[in-house]
Design a protein around this ligand. Structure first.
Ligand SMILES: Nc1ncnc2c1ncn2[C@@H]1O[C@H](COP(=O)(O)OP(=O)(O)OP(=O)(O)O)[C@@H](O)[C@H]1O
Length: 227
């Protein structure tokens, strides 16, 4: 298993305002799979993704990425691990507006003082159809193009796993399909593992495995039959 969550619990607030967002939930993700996490608004999808991605510490339970326990390491080590082994794609793109497309894509590598693999980055840029936009600034791009930059940035460090939180939530139907198709192409080409939160069933249907969350728990876990 590339990622394992064991007996996870995440509670927000106190007393009367207490919300159990994740309730004793366990999950195993096999390497190379594209997993969609679906469920109603407020069911705990984003919380689960953030807990699995090392962004929100659970109140109980453990998360293992490639066998390493995320919340048993210090913050610096976790930050470094996140940059090197995880890629993140969010609903609102989270790109840096003062930098151009190429600079945004290689940012995680620079932050890590790592060498950029220019041939690989060039390949990713082509794969995502951004070759004409390399030196454009973020505000010059459409939403769909911005999300493609975010995917390229997520792929830049050749991560073990990509976490996508409603990556199509801010896009029209056509761009949504394009973005999710590109995530799928990237998964296949680079043998990436992808975990994507979405409330859109059509978007989820691209996944190899669909996990339904209700009230902080897994209520359905469906794998596509491989032909
Ligand atoms: N930072 C927070 N502080 C307090 N409560 C929170 C916080 N984040 C989430 N919650 C609560 O935890 C529960 C699960 O929220 P979460 O965002 O994980 O659900 P979701 O399924 O991703 O919802 P959506 O599809 O609307 O994004 C909700 O009741 C929400 O109000």
């Amino acid at each position: 298993m590339i990622l394992e969550g064991k007996n996870l619990r995440k509670t927000y607030g106190f007393d009367d305002n207490k919300v159990d967002a994740i309730k004793n939930l366990s999950i195993d993700i096999e390497e190379g799979t594209f997993v969609a996490i679906v469920g109603r608004s407020g069911s705990g999808k984003s919380t689960l993704l953030h807990v699995l991605g090392g962004l929100v510490e659970p109140n109980a339970g453990e998360v293992f990425l490639e066998g390493q326990s995320l919340y048993n390491m210090n913050d610096d080590t976790l930050t470094r691990l996140r940059r090197r082994r995880m890629g993140f794609v969010f609903q609102f793109f989270n790109l840096i507006s003062t930098q151009n497309v190429l600079e945004n894509i290689v940012l995680p590598i620079h932050l890590d003082n790592e060498q950029v693999d220019n041939d690989y980055i060039e390949e990713v840029i082509q794969l995502l159809g951004l070759e004409d936009k390399k030196y454009a600034f973020i505000h010059e791009l459409s939403g769909g193009q911005q999300q493609r930059v975010a995917i390229a940035r997520a792929l830049a460090s050749k991560p073990a796993i990509i976490f996508a939180d409603e990556p199509t939530g801010n896009l029209d139907a056509k761009s949504s399909q394009e973005v999710v198709d590109l995530l799928k192409i990237a998964q296949r080409k680079y043998h990436e593992t992808v975990i994507m939160v979405t409330h859109d069933e059509l978007i989820a249907s691209i996944a190899d495995r669909i996990i339904t969350i209700e009230d902080g728990q897994i209520v359905q876990d469906t794998r596509k039959v491989v032909k």
